[in-house]
Design a binder for this molecule. Structure first.
Ligand code: BGC
Length: 495
C-alpha cells in the first residue's frame, strides 16, 4: 500500500466559535448564548457540572485570527473549518420576522424565506459581528485556505434556549431550545441569512456539528445544557435536530446556490461487541446512535433512535457530503433492557485518564482510549451512504504531547487503509485542533492543540507533534521515517 493520500486531499483543522473566539478583547465577549450562561451558572460550578473555566479567558481568535491563520499556513494547511455563532449574529429574537412554514403536528416540512425576509433579518443582525466574520473569511481566502463553514457548533442564543429555566423545570418551561419545533424554523432563517450574506466566500457548507452529541449529552445525564436526564426529551431534541438539518440544507441550496455542497458533521463512534455473542448488540448500538440518522437524510426513512417506520419525503436526499468526527470507540454487551446493549467501562470513551484501557491501549488526558482502527471502521460505517467523506475531527487531549505524534500517524495510516484497501471516497482530514481552546464543560485543562496557548499572554507555541503533522502535509502522505509510528501503541510511547 502506498502511503500517499489522493491528489488534492484537504489538510485542515477544525475549530468552534465558542471554544476559540473570546479572550483577547472586550469586543469579543458574547454573553448571549446558553453555553455562556451554563458555564457561569453558580449551581453548575458548585456541583462540579462545569469546570469553572469561562470563555472570556480563552485563546482570543476573534481578535487574533490572523496569527492563527499564519500558523495554518506554516503547517501547510489548505482547508479551515469553522462556524458562525448564531448568538453573535442574532443576539435578539428573529421570531417577529414572518416566514411561510409547512408544518404538521411538529413536523416542519418546509420553510420559505423570501428576499424581503432576508432584508428584514439583515436589519436585526449584529453589524460588527457580520463585518468581523467577513474579515476572517477574506483573510482565510487570501491565504489560499478553503473555507468549510458550519452553522451550528452547540451554543444557542438565549432567546432560543434558557438552559437554567429548562433545567430547573425539567424541560417544562423555556425557551426550550431543541425541544421546540419552533427552533427548527428560527434555525432555517439563520441558515438562509448566512447563506445569503456569505455565500460567495464559502467553499463547502455544513449544517450541524455532532447533532448526536447535543441530543445525547444534554438530555441523558451529561454536563451539557440543559443537563437533563430524560429519554423522551432526548428523542424530542433528536427529531427537531434532524429536521433542522434538512430545513437548513434547503436554505443553503436556495440562497447560496444549487451547486453549494452542503453536508453534516456527525460524531461517528463505532460500537464493537465485547464477545461474539454481543454482535447483535453492537449492531443495535450502531443503528440507535448513528445509522438511523443517515437513513433519514438519505432515504427519508424516519426511525429516530431506530424506532418507527415512517417515510418522510422532506428529509430524503438532504446531504451532499458527510463529515466524520472520530475520537474513540464503544465496546458493548448485550442487555435485556432497552435499547438492547450496555457500554462496557474500561474501553473507548469510558476509561481512566492518562492510563491504559482494558485492551491495553493508552488513554488520553480525558480518559479516551486511543484506538486508531476505529477510524477505519467509522469510515466504513458511513461509506454505504455513497457520499464523499471528510474526517472533520480527530485529535487528542494530551497536554504533554506525549501521544499526539503517534496518534496522528496511526490514525492517518488507518485512514489510508480505508481509502486504498476498502475503497472509501475520503477527501480530507481536519485535525482537532490547531490551538488549545475551551473544552466545553471540562475547561482549559484538556489541551487538544497542535499549538500550545498560554491563556494569560495569548502566546502560541507549536508542540513537537505539529512538526510531525507539517511533514505529513508536505509529503501528502506518511513519510517513510514515520512508518514505525503507524503501529500504536508503540514501544516508545511507554504504553
Ligand atoms: C467537538 C469539539 C470538541 C472535541 C473534543 C468534538 O466532539 O465537536 O467541539 O472540542 O470533540 O471533545
Amino acid at each position: 500500500m502506498s502511503l500517499e493520500f489522493p491528489k488534492g486531499f484537504l489538510w485542515g483543522i477544525s475549530m468552534a466559535a465558542f471554544q476559540y473566539e473570546m479572550g483577547a478583547s472586550p469586543d469579543s465577549l458574547d454573553p448571549n448564548s446558553d453555553w455562556y450562561v451554563w458555564l457561569h451558572d453558580k449551581q453548575n460550578i458548585e456541583r462540579g457540572v462545569v469546570s469553572g473555566d469561562v470563555p472570556e479567558n480563552g485563546p482570543g481568535y476573534y481578535d487574533l485570527f490572523r496569527v492563527d491563520h499564519s500558523w495554518a499556513r506554516w503547517l501547510g494547511l489548505n482547508a479551515w473549518r469553522m462556524n458562525v455563532e448564531w448568538s453573535r449574529i442574532f443576539p435578539k429574537s428573529t421570531r417577529e420576522v414572518k416566514v411561510y412554514v409547512d408544518a404538521e403536528e411538529g413536523s416542519i416540512k418546509s420553510v420559505e424565506v423570501s428576499e424581503g425576509t432576508l432584508k428584514q433579518l439583515d436589519r436585526l443582525a449584529n453589524r460588527s459581528a457580520i463585518e468581523r466574520y467577513r474579515e476572517i473569511f477574506e483573510d482565510l481566502k487570501c491565504r489560499g485556505l478553503k473555507l468549510i463553514l458550519n452553522l451550528y457548533h452547540w451554543p444557542l442564543p438565549l432567546w432560543v434556549h434558557d438552559p437554567i429555566k429548562v433545567r430547573d423545570t425539567a424541560g417544562k418551561e423555556g425557551p426550550r431550545g431543541w425541544l421546540d419545533a419552533e427552533t427548527v424554523v428560527e434555525f432555517a432563517k439563520f441558515a438562509a441569512y448566512i447563506a445569503w450574506k456569505f455565500g460567495e466566500l464559502v467553499d463547502m457548507w455544513s449544517t450541524f456539528n455532532e447533532p448526536n452529541v447535543t441530543w445525547s449529552i444534554g438530555y441523558t445525564g451529561g454536563n451539557f445544557p440543559p443537563g437533563l436526564n430524560d429519554y423522551k426529551l432526548s428523542l424530542a431534541a433528536a427529531v427537531n435536530l434532524v429536521q433542522a438539518h434538512a430545513r437548513a440544507y434547503d436554505q443553503v441550496k436556495e440562497h447560496a446556490g444549487r451547486d453549494a455542497q452542503v453536508g453534516v458533521i456527525y460524531a461517528v463512534t463505532p460500537a464493537e461487541p465485547a464477545t461474539d455473542e454481543d454482535r447483535e448488540a453492537a449492531e443495535i448500538a450502531n443503528k440507535v446512535m448513528t445509522n438511523w440518522y443517515f437513513e433519514a437524510i438519505t432515504e427519508g426513512k424516519f426511525a429516530p433512535f431506530g424506532i418507527g417506520d415512517e417515510l418522510r419525503a422532506d428529509l430524503k436526499g438532504k446531504v451532499d457530503w458527510i463529515g466524520i468526527n472520530y475520537y474513540s470507540r464503544l465496546v458493548v454487551k448485550a442487555d435485556e433492557r432497552l435499547p438492547g446493549y450496555r457500554v462496557l467501562p474500561g474501553y473507548g470513551f469510558a476509561c481512566k485518564p492518562a492510563s491504559k484501557s482494558e485492551a491495553g491501549f493508552p488513554t488520553s488526558d480525558s480518559g479516551w482510549e486511543i484506538y486508531p482502527q476505529g477510524l477505519r471502521k467509522a469510515v466504513n460505517m458511513i461509506k454505504k451512504y455513497g457520499k464523499p467523506i471528510i474526517v472533520t475531527e480527530n485529535g487528542i487531549a494530551d497536554a504533554s504531547d506525549r501521544h499526539r505524534s503517534w496518534y496522528i500517524v496511526s490514525h492517518l495510516y488507518q485512514l489510508l487503509k480505508a481509502i486504498k484497501v476498502d475503497g472509501a471516497d475520503v477527501r480530507g482530514y481536519l485535525h482537532w485542533s490547531l490551538i488549545d481552546n475551551l473544552e466545553w464543560a471540562s475547561g482549559f485543562k484538556m489541551r487538544f492543540g497542535l499549538i500550545y496557548v498560554d491563556m494569560k499572554t495569548k502566546q502560541r507555541y507549536p508542540r513537537p507533534s505539529a512538526y510531525v503533522f507539517k511533514d505529513i502535509i508536505h509529503s501528502n502522505g506518511i513519510p517513510d521515517y514515520l512508518l514505525a509510528y503507524s503501529e500504536y501503541p508503540n514501544i516508545l510511547s511507554g504504553a
